[in-house]
Design a protein around this ligand. Structure first.
Ligand SMILES: [Zn+2]
Length: 432
């Protein structure tokens, strides 16, 4: 007898139907349909639907999501978006930050996200408000989502006096990751000295916003990689955007990609923001301004996909759905084949888990039962359909049961236990 049995599900593209049993929050067995334990407290008949490990959101901003209604104009560049948001930030209250952050998490969980890394802004405007809110959500929602919190100096460390001390305090409070933003300080060396120094002092991984442009001369990522090798932090450093790499001649981009591979740096591509803000300086034939995902893959660099922003000056789109962003990347990076679909889904799952240093992740016996089940039968169909109906479990407990149409209702509700209820004897898709 197991707690949960999912029957006739498909785990990979070979299409073989399997049963998955869950006990005490962990995957207890995976066996060909009908060959394992058949008694369970809860049974879900998947009818050939694809079961993936929980989606991993590797790069998101909670406290500055959903700002469209309070913006007095739209941004026309990255620096403009930073300025518009900086102005709004001074009016953020604790309650406001918390409410909007919670709305993002609820939507993400509903979409199948079981792990998330958020960048909480730490600067003299917000002080530690965003950090406090994120750490509180990490604790209170721990049964629905594993949340990693990055101390992120959005306004720059040295050009925004007081940030050094606030960053240090954020680490003392419990930040999981040291953040950096190479394009916000004048001296790259000083910025990297600070970030790597703080990471070493507190024994934390690093996550940079870097080379967010289409200027081929922006190559801070190469300096980050060299520092990573020198400090022995291979496998503990991630970098978001890295779009200028896409403007380099191929052989030069290859050299940097090989350096990234050696340094074990994960690149987190953020297509919704990158496509929206880059390429604007090109009077004719604007570039797409994306990280060169295929080239990075060829050089065995770990690539993951992030949502980044939701409905604000940086990205006036989005619904915290990793599949939506993966689909956008597929369309704009010439990734339309079946192998591409498999690679893209991997970027939302195993690759993102590697970037975040998540241990014991995935569909294997003994791993936490963090899973998302689709009615679709293959990765490619999931990517193409971006279906609303998804069944999501965190440690074997169902955390979503209504599909994302219920999001508005979830957002309006204050009851924290709406996500996290167990449904007895539920059968999936009875009519199909
Ligand atoms: Zn970001």
């Amino acid at each position: 007898m197991v707690d949960l049995l999912i029957t006739d599900t498909v785990l990979s593209k070979d299409g073989r139907q399997m049963d998955v049993g869950v006990s005490s929050g962990k995957i207890a067995f995976i066996s060909p349909s009908g060959e394992g334990i058949s008694e369970a407290v809860h049974v879900v008949h998947a009818k050939g639907g694809l079961l993936l490990p929980g989606l991993v959101e590797p790069h998101i901003h909670l406290e500055k999501a959903y700002l469209l209604d309070v913006m007095d104009r739209d941004a026309d560049s990255l620096q403009d978006a930073i300025q518009i948001t900086a102005k709004l930030k001074s009016s953020f209250t604790d309650e406001d930050i918390y409410e909007r952050s919670l709305a993002v998490i609820r939507q993400a969980v509903s979409n199948g996200v079981t792990h998330m890394r958020c960048h909480a802004e730490v600067d003299p405007i917000l002080g530690l408000k965003a950090m406090e809110s994120a750490l509180h959500l990490k604790q209170t929602l721990r049964h629905q989502l594993d949340l990693q919190v990055v101390a992120f100096p959005q306004e720059g460390v040295f050009r925004s006096p007081g940030t050094e001390e606030l960053m240090e305090e954020a680490l003392r409070m419990g930040a999981d990751v040291v953040g950096g933003i190479t394009y916000q300080d004048e001296c790259l060396e000083d910025h990297l000295d600070f970030a790597f120094g703080l990471a070493e002092k507190y024994g934390k991984p690093l996550d940079f916003h870097t080379d967010f442009s289409d200027n081929p001369n922006d190559r801070a990522i190469a300096d980050i990689a060299r520092r990573t090798l020198i400090t022995g932090m291979q496998g503990q450093v991630s970098a978001g955007h890295v779009t200028s790499l896409g403007s380099l001649p191929e052989h030069e981009a290859m050299d940097i990609a090989e350096l990234l591979h050696r340094a074990g740096i994960s690149v987190i591509t953020l297509p919704m923001t990158d496509l929206f803000l880059n390429g604007r300086g090109d009077a004719e034939g604007p570039r797409r301004g994306l990280a060169p995902v295929k080239l990075l893959q060829e050089c065995s660099v770990n690539v993951a996909i992030g949502v980044n922003n939701i409905r604000n000056a940086f990205t006036p789109f989005g619904k915290a759905d990793p599949l939506e962003v993966a689909w956008l990347l597929a369309v704009t990076s010439y990734m339309g084949g079946e192998r591409d679909a498999l690679a893209l889904i991997r970027m939302l799952t195993y690759n993102a888990a590697q970037a975040l240093g998540i241990e014991n992740y995935g569909m294997k016996v003994g791993a936490p039962a963090d899973m998302v089940l689709f009615r679709e039968r293959s990765e490619r169909d999931v990517l193409l359909d971006k279906p609303e109906t998804r069944m999501v479990w965190k440690s074997g407990v169902q955390v979503q049961q209504y599909g994302s149409k219920a999001i508005e209702w979830l957002r309006k509700s204050q009851a924290m236990d709406i996500i996290g209820t167990r449904v007895k004897g539920m059968k999936l898709w009875r009519n199909s």
